[in-house]
Design a protein around this ligand. Structure first.
Ligand SMILES: O=P(O)(O)OC[C@@H](O)[C@@H](O)c1c[nH]c2ccccc12
Length: 256
């Protein structure tokens, strides 16, 4: 499934490229004001940092929320105390778009993550051109050369990579990159199975000084407490915020 999601995302980027060539997206990316320092925004603190996600649907959970106005939801997240906003831009299975990211960028002053299946430089330039400050890189989807190339490009453009892992081996690959912001996704993107204890098992393997993000399956404050006790500096939350009351959920999560 991960290979298919990635191949589709790359194919969709190729069709956009036919309309808007690389050189054009590259100059739009370079013309943007500097990206927001996401590492500063997500720096470990007394309370857990929340990366609040805008997600309409997913292949594992189906349809979650209509979200007619992603900018309004992003403002609510900002008001509720989120430290960064994640915007799913994948269109086929997650119902997102780069237009969502652009409207969110204009609505908030928090760092914004492009959450997608990124495998080409074109997609990284698109992210920056749309105003992203962070770009997700899924280690399981990328060979080492591509991972390095994309990581270097993200950094060169002044953005921060959120490097997503799902095993000890992938976490080691993230560490070898020099990644400063590393996530462990509780959901296996190949089988969609959830393993809430994976973060805890891998917590000791994070490189010194990296910001530790627990991704997925946070529905209640108890789930946040579980990840926090295992060493998470930040949690990435989608479903609970798009289906529940975002303000009260954010305040409950941050009170942990
Ligand atoms: O909705 P949840 O269970 O709170 O999960 C959010 C986020 O972790 C999840 O959307 C996610 C994590 N990694 C991804 C990679 C691609 C798409 C989506 C994701």
């Amino acid at each position: 499934m991960l290979a298919e999601l990635t191949a589709n995302a790359v194919a969709d980027a190729e069709s956009r490229r036919a309309e808007r060539p690389l050189a054009e997206v590259e100059s739009a990316a370079l013309a943007r004001p500097a990206a927001i320092d996401a590492l500063a925004a997500l720096r470990p603190a007394q309370h857990v940092k929340v990366i609040a996600e805008i997600k309409r649907s997913s292949p594992s959970r189906g349809s979650l929320a209509a979200i007619d106005d992603p900018a309004a939801l992003a403002r609510t997240y900002e008001l509720g105390g989120a430290s960064a906003i994640s915007v799913l831009t994948e269109g086929r299975k997650f119902g997102g778009s780069l237009a969502d990211l652009e409207s969110v960028r204009q609505a908030v002053s928090l760092p914004v993550l492009r959450k997608d299946f990124i495998a080409t430089p074109y997609q990284v330039f698109e992210a920056r051109a749309a105003g992203a400050d962070l770009v997700l890189l899924i280690v399981a989807a990328l060979d080492d050369d591509t991972l390095r190339e994309l990581y270097a490009l993200i950094t060169e453009l002044g953005m921060t990579a959120l490097v997503e892992t799902h095993s000890a081996d992938e976490l080691d690959r993230a560490a070898q990159l020099g990644a400063r912001l590393i996530g462990v996704n509780a959901r296996d993107l190949t089988t969609f199975e959830l393993d809430r204890d994976l973060f805890g098992r891998l917590a000791d393997r994070f490189p010194e000084g990296a910001i530790r993000v627990a991704e997925s399956a946070v529905l209640t404050a108890a789930d946040v407490a579980h990840y926090r006790a295992a060493g998470a500096d930040a949690v990435l939350v989608g479903e609970a915020l798009v289906t529940g009351d975002p303000i009260s959920n954010l305040s409950a999560f941050m009170a942990v």
